[in-house]
Every structure is written in structure tokens, then in C-alpha cells.
Design a protein around this ligand. Structure first.
Ligand code: ZN
Length: 413
């Protein structure tokens, strides 16, 4: 009997997967994370189930990882990506950053043929000259060093090889320019356009998602918090991810709240999840754009990491977060002085990213939790979400109210 049921489940799984393939890509995020004294590694990359592309990406990720681990002078590796999917195509922009290099890989894939689209397949014939001119205008407006030197001139010559690194986002088109292509520095440069700005050059249609308006999101759930009873704040970093909705389901079921410190580069892909968080009384915090160690950045770069994330979140949920959690918990006086929001770390580290074991995560939490604790987890791992789903009722049974960080700070700190 059991075997039969398993077989049916097995078959229905494949049927579901088979059907899903026609409309959506089965896309996974892989994460390699390390946070030790010597090495800070955050590598998030997509797996698209297109063998050739996946292998290419994995190889580049592995190379950067090995290099960072083997060389004592390298302490940080960062791989992050933007991802957008419409009915017709999938577009992503993947960045590889270490203390030694910055590279970019962007691709737009036709979902029917599973092949990468070239510049000419996306943009209209003869659009290259107009595009080059518009990119030049934007570069000059935003970059004081955009002098008319030879590198700059060559890097923006109207030929498709100069403009073939592009990302078709939900609301913007981004063009990337390699190290040394336009400027003599060790940076990738990018130029952003709205779809309206390039409407006359564009060949494929963009499909905008309908999101809730500010008024629709204004609803605030009634919460009864007793300041005299114990309370803790569950916090989830590095998301959102596809498991986040399961976490939100459990929070809703038990009338509990949590705080998600989201990455700016992931919010565009999960706008509905983000709106749900707000609507159901959870809090959204800022975990920067792409998880670089803030203590290694310049003032302008820190500001950019934080403010671009604020804007990305605000464009979806219509409010700006009040809290920032610096990646790896790393901060110094400069970081504190520049960031105008409360910096939030944690009291209880479940080390969920290291164990990836729900049992261990639950155990560590229950054995160490105290009134007023901020608890650290990561909703990019299914094991962490599984642990959280178990923990929510268990913590409540122990008498803890599960509140957001801002609520906790109101009553406890
Ligand atoms: Zn993090």
C-alpha cells in the first residue's frame, strides 16, 4: 500500500515538473557561505537546468572559491546575481568579485529554445548607434572621469561586442562594461535605463508584474504584545528565496512575527513575498545590495550598498526599512558613522549555514534562548526554514512571544 502511494507521488512529481517546465524555468539558487576570521565567502548563483550554462557558471564559481581558499592574501569572495523571468525569457547578471578581480556574466535565455539571445535578437536592427549615444550621455552625467580619452572612445564604439553584456530586469535594462573597457580602473561599470527610455530600440516585450499599491499595503495587523512576558525576535538573512513563503505560512498560522534582512539584489525576483511580509506584520530589514564586507569598502560604496537596497525595497513595499544588518556582522566606526539606520546584529547564532541540520538548529536555539534575544538564521536554506517551522510553536510553548526586531527594541533594549 505504502509503495503504491510512493509511486503515485513519484509520478505526480514528475508530471508537475514536466508541466511546470513549459511556463517557468526550474531555477534554483545555490549558496556557498563562510564566515570565519580569515575568509568571508558569499557565493549565490543560479542553476537553470540547462547543462552547458550551469557547468560554465559552476566552473567559474569553483575557480574563484579555490583561489580564495588557497591564497592567504585573499580574504573575501563574492558571487551574486540579479534574475528576472518573463513568459518568454530568463535574464540574469552574475558578478564575481574578489580582492583581485571583478568580472561579470550576463545572459538572456529564450525559454522555448533554451538558447542565449544575442544583442541583435533583443534590440532592433540599426539600434546600436543610438544606444551607444545614450550610454555615452548617461556615463558622462554620472561619471566625472568620462573624459574623451582613447579608452573611453573605443569602449563605447557602436558595435555590438561593446554592448553585449546586458540584463533585462523587471523595471530596468542594465548594460555592463568590463574592467578597462571604458575607464582605466579595476571596476565593472554599469549603465541603467528604464524600459521607457529605450522603448524605441527594443524588440521584445517586457511584462510588468502587478503589485499591491501603497494603500492596499497600509493594512496593519492588530498585535497584542505583553511587555511583561518573555519575547524574542527571529531574524532571517540573505533572502528572500523560494522557501521564504513556507516560513511566512508558519508565522501566519501561529500569529508570530519575524524580521527578514533581505539582499537588495534578490528583492526584484520575489516582490510578492516581500509584500506579504509587510502585509502580515513582519519586518523587512536591509542586508545591503550584494553582501560585501562593508569594512573593506569606501564611504561612497557603503552608502551605495545601503541606499540602493533601501530604494529597491521601497519600490516594492512603499516603505523604507529602519534597520540594517551588515554582512558577516562586520562593522567599524566608519560604517557606524555613515549608515543612518540602526545596525542590528544578533544575540543567538544558530550557525544554521554550517550545520544545515534542522535538529541541531532547533536544539541550539532551545538550549540557549533567553528573553530579549535576537536569533540569527538564513531563509536561503530549506533546512533553516524547516527548523524555523518547528521552532515557532516550540518557542511559544516555552512562553516566548515572537516579535519583530523593532518591537523587541521598543520593549527590551
Ligand atoms: Zn548575510
Amino acid at each position: 500500500m505504502k509503495k503504491k502511494l510512493m509511486l503515485i507521488l513519484f509520478i505526480s512529481f514528475f508530471l508537475l515538473v514536466g508541466c511546470a517546465k513549459k511556463t517557468t524555468m526550474i531555477h534554483e539558487t545555490f549558496t556557498i557561505y563562510e564566515n570565519s576570521e580569515e575568509k568571508k565567502v558569499m557565493m549565490m548563483y543560479p542553476q537553470l537546468n540547462i547543462e552547458k550554462i550551469d557547468q560554465e557558471i559552476e566552473k567559474e564559481v569553483q575557480d574563484l572559491y579555490d583561489k580564495t581558499m588557497e591564497n592567504t592574501h585573499l580574504s573575501e569572495a563574492n558571487v551574486n546575481y540579479l534574475y528576472n523571468e518573463t513568459e518568454e525569457y530568463v535574464s540574469f547578471a552574475l558578478s564575481f568579485i574578489s580582492e583581485e578581480e571583478q568580472t561579470m556574466k550576463s545572459m538572456t535565455i529564450d525559454k522555448k529554445t533554451q538558447k542565449a539571445l544575442s544583442f541583435d535578437e533583443v534590440f532592433k536592427e540599426d539600434s546600436i548607434a543610438t544606444l551607444a549615444k545614450r550610454v555615452d550621455e548617461k556615463m558622462r552625467n554620472s561619471n566625472i572621469q568620462a573624459a574623451s580619452n582613447l579608452t573611453y572612445h573605443k569602449g563605447l564604439l557602436p558595435k555590438t561586442s561593446n554592448f553585449d553584456q546586458f540584463y533585462l530586469g523587471a523595471s530596468e535594462i542594465v548594460f555592463y562594461f568590463d574592467e578597462g573597457q571604458c575607464f582605466n580602473d579595476q571596476r565593472i561599470h554599469e549603465v541603467r535605463f528604464t524600459y521607457e527610455e529605450l522603448a524605441d530600440l527594443f524588440d521584445i516585450e517586457s511584462t510588468a508584474m502587478t503589485l499591491m499599491t501603497y494603500d492596499e499595503l497600509l493594512y496593519e495587523p492588530v498585535k497584542l504584545i505583553d511587555p511583561n512576558k518573555p519575547m524574542v525576535a527571529l531574524t532571517f538573512d540573505d533572502g528572500p528565496n523560494k522557501y521564504t513563503d513556507l516560513l511566512l505560512d508558519a508565522l501566519l498560522e501561529y500569529r508570530a512575527s519575524a524580521t527578514s534582512f533581505v539582499l537588495g539584489n534578490r528583492v526584484e525576483r520575489f516582490p510578492k513575498t516581500l509584500q506579504r511580509m509587510v502585509l502580515e506584520g513582519n519586518e523587512i530589514g536591509n542586508h545591503t545590495m550584494d553582501h560585501k564586507q562593508l569594512t573593506k569598502l569606501t564611504e561612497a560604496e557603503i552608502l551605495r550598498e545601503v541606499e540602493e537596497t533601501q530604494n529597491a525595497i521601497e519600490s516594492i513595499v512603499h516603505i523604507k526599512p529602519k534597520l540594517v544588518r551588515p554582512p558577516y556582522g562586520e562593522r567599524n566606526t566608519m560604517v557606524r558613522n555613515i549608515i543612518d539606520y540602526d545596525l542590528i546584529l544578533w544575540d543567538l547564532d544558530t550557525r544554521d549555514w554550517a550545520s544545515k541540520d534542522p535538529k541541531k538548529i532547533v536544539e541550539i536555539t532551545l538550549n540557549n534562548v533567553r528573553d530579549g534575544d535576537i536569533i540569527l538564521m538564513h531563509d536561503i536554506y530549506s533546512t533553516s526554514v524547516q527548523a524555523a517551522i518547528e521552532l515557532i510553536p516550540l518557542l511559544q510553548e516555552k512562553g516566548y512571544q515572537l516579535v519583530t526586531v523593532t518591537e523587541l527594541l521598543t520593549y527590551r533594549k
